[in-house]
Design a protein around this ligand. Structure first.
Ligand code: APR
Length: 240
């Protein structure tokens, strides 16, 4: 670990929200064990049966609205507040637990559960209420063109220009709670590593894209990440 990092990028996945009680995707009782991706997370599914896709995300909302951030989210907020370098969060998660923990500089590359996008004008509607095929766009007033602002498989990620710049500038890349199987996010560590970053992976177990990580910190992120953040903050103080 260096003493003073200038640009830290933290990539989070569903595992960081597991200790807040939210299901991950690929664990034994994961979301993709109970629903087929092809039925709820592709643009074809949305064209084929928009009511079913809207229901899937509407049914998720109450639990995600109730969920509270855990020690891992709070540790990231503490790092952002106490560390001199810039700390950016690139999250694959559609929950808002980083925001609830008080974090800033958050890029939801797979979208957000409390947003819908108008396929006619691109307006983003922020709402925790149900969105249906009847929901009119508040901006262009077109009916039935609102889609959950969730990036479906086969769609482009959000914020990719900003994220590409962050990855090329960062000198510390931290991956927390992601299985590293879904690209392009699973390839972010490679870009960071090839541009000179130190790379750390926080997970409960080995993942499939561990080649580019210099360090693997095994355990629950709610326990391992606060310890790491404390070390980062103390190492910076030692420098002063
Ligand atoms: N602490 C650390 N890691 C954990 C914890 C925990 N408490 N609990 C689970 N994990 C790890 C698991 O070991 C697993 O590697 O989190 C990872 C969760 O993996 P996935 O369920 O595949 O979730 P994720 O990597 O975020 O999926 C990426 O796939 O389907 C798409 O859009 C969806 O954003 C999602 C993307």
């Amino acid at each position: 670990m260096k003493k003073n990092y200038q640009n830290i990028v933290i990539l989070s996945g569903a595992g960081i929200s597991a200790e807040s009680g939210l299901a991950t995707f690929r664990s034994s009782n994961g979301l993709w064990n109970n629903h087929r991706v092809e039925d709820v997370a592709t643009i074809e599914a949305f064209q084929r049966n928009p009511e079913y896709v809207h229901d899937f995300y509407n049914e998720m909302k109450p639990e995600l609205l109730r969920a509270q951030p855990n020690a891992a989210h709070r540790a990231i907020t503490e790092l952002q507040k106490g560390y001199k370098g810039k700390v950016s969060i690139v999250t694959q998660n559609v929950d808002t637990l980083h925001e609830k923990a008080g974090s800033k500089n958050i890029y939801h590359i797979h979208g957000q559960i409390n947003q819908a996008v108008c396929l006619n004008c691109g307006h983003i509607l922020e709402t925790w209420s149900d969105v249906t095929t009847e929901t009119a766009c508040p901006h262009c007033e077109t009916n039935g063109m609102m889609k959950p602002n969730i990036v479906f498989f086969g769609e482009n990620l959000l914020y990719m220009n900003e994220v590409d710049r962050l990855l090329k500038e960062c000198d510390l890349f931290i991956s927390v709670g992601t299985s590293g199987v879904v690209y392009p996010a699973a390839g972010f560590v490679q870009i960071a590593k090839l541009h000179g970053a130190d790379t750390y992976e926080f997970n409960r177990e080995e993942t499939s894209n561990n080649y580019y990580f210099d360090h693997h910190i095994f355990g629950s992120a709610g326990s391992t990440l606060p310890i790491f953040v404390k070390e980062l903050l103390e190492s910076q103080k030692a420098e002063i």
